[in-house]
Ligand binder design. Structure first.
Ligand SMILES: [Ca+2]
Ligand SMILES: [Ca+2]
Ligand SMILES: [Ca+2]
Length: 365
């Protein structure tokens, strides 16, 4: 309270109006000898990080006043209001004074002013050599680019953050995800609630189950390709990010398959060209990359052409042997444990020629 009331009197009263300018100039308002002030840190050649925490130090004295009775104020740039220094407004018995400060590029000037009880003042200034602040540095080591997950997988997130001015823990750090195409019409980046923590060494770790819960359910399941970003913002508002791309598929499932032609129990004659068609589907694999195998219960393997990219598998055959066939199509995806799904129709190939022969033979008998 004392400091603030004295500050106000200094600002408005003639008693301590700042008549001194330049380095180590002395005010001559009151009676007695003026004090002296010298900034000892930073020195004029010292480089100070922009925006970084810095303890400015100075030395004050007075020929005819008790040193602890002097009042010291620190100013940045051309500011009229002194800093509120945690170290207080009086020097110690040795005349030492200090103040926690930070510098911005547009205010590189530091000013120390000392006043004695008679209203005499003196000041010292130093123009600091500022090193421009930098944005944080961000890396991601997990998930790796191209990694594939199921929607119910636990995904580990590992990265690092660092900054030229701030400690890692004081950075604002978060992970976000966005699906491809989301920029234009989708919900955009979604911050992930994965319990991410930042360690003192700058390592960032978290893990999440069901990443897609960050997205509206109506949109997330329709998308596979996601960008994962690690974002860090420092205390000066400088922001950096890096990203990786992953794929998220629905929960693992075997292919689906259904024979659509010909209709069940259609009867063909030997030598007829029979066109089989089936539709195939899978929750993950491109449909033209599924393994397809047609078999006949009578003739064994009869075809293995892949489906087209729309999921239609076709088999044209005119060599089925005479008799009843159960036709089966097996479709296998690329899971480590292959899975198959089957369906069947019964085809009866008539023995038209044989019957004719028998009729002729029987007739002759
Ligand atoms: Ca004095
Ligand atoms: Ca920074
Ligand atoms: Ca599958």
């Amino acid at each position: 309270m004392f400091g603030r009331s004295l500050l106000i009197s200094c600002l408005v009263g003639a008693g301590c109006s700042d008549k001194s300018t330049g380095t180590n100039d002395s005010g001559e308002t009151g009676s007695g000898e003026p004090p002296t002030a010298q900034i000892t840190a930073p020195t004029p050649t010292e480089t100070v990080p922009e925006g970084g925490f810095y303890i400015a130090r100075g030395l004050v004295s007075d020929p005819d006043d008790a040193i602890e009775s002097l009042v010291v104020h620190w100013f940045i740039g051309d500011e009229e209001i002194p800093r509120e220094c945690p170290q207080g407004i009086h020097p110690d018995s040795d005349g030492l004074t200090a103040c926690d400060v930070s510098f911005s590029l547009d205010k590189p000037l530091l000013r120390l002013r000392v006043e004695d009880n008679d209203g005499n003042s003196s000041q010292d200034t130093v123009t600091v050599n500022l090193e421009p602040a930098t944005a944080p540095t961000v890396t991601i080591s997990e998930p790796i680019t191209g990694a594939e997950y199921r929607e119910d997988d636990t995904i580990n997130f590992v990265g690092t953050v660092s900054d030229g001015e701030d400690r890692p823990e004081s950075l604002d750090v978060y992970w976000e995800a966005e699906y491809t195409g989301s920029e234009e019409s989708g919900p955009g980046p979604q911050i992930l609630d994965i319990g991410s923590t930042v360690a003192p060494d700058g390592s960032v770790t978290g893990s999440g189950i069901g990443l897609l819960t960050a997205f509206p359910s109506s949109t997330a399941l329709q998308h596979t390709d996601y960008v994962i970003r690690l974002v860090a913002e420092d205390t000066s508002g400088r922001r950096s990010q890096t990203q990786t791309s992953i794929k998220i598929y629905p929960i693992e499932a075997p292919p689906e398959v259904e024979i659509t032609a010909p209709a069940s129990d259609t009867i063909f004659e030997e030598g007829d060209l029979i066109l089989f068609e089936a539709t195939v589907n899978d929750e993950r694999d491109p449909l033209d990359e599924l393994d397809v195998l047609w078999t006949s219960s009578r003739d064994g393997e009869i075809g293995n052409d892949s489906a087209d990219s729309a999921g239609t598998a076709r088999l044209a055959i005119d060599t089925l042997s005479v008799g009843s066939h159960l036709i089966e199509i097996a479709v296998t995806d690329r899971e480590e444990e292959p899975r198959t799904t089957t369906a069947g129709v019964t085809i009866e190939v008539t023995e038209a020629i044989l019957e004719d022969d028998e009729a002729v033979t029987g007739g002759s008998d």
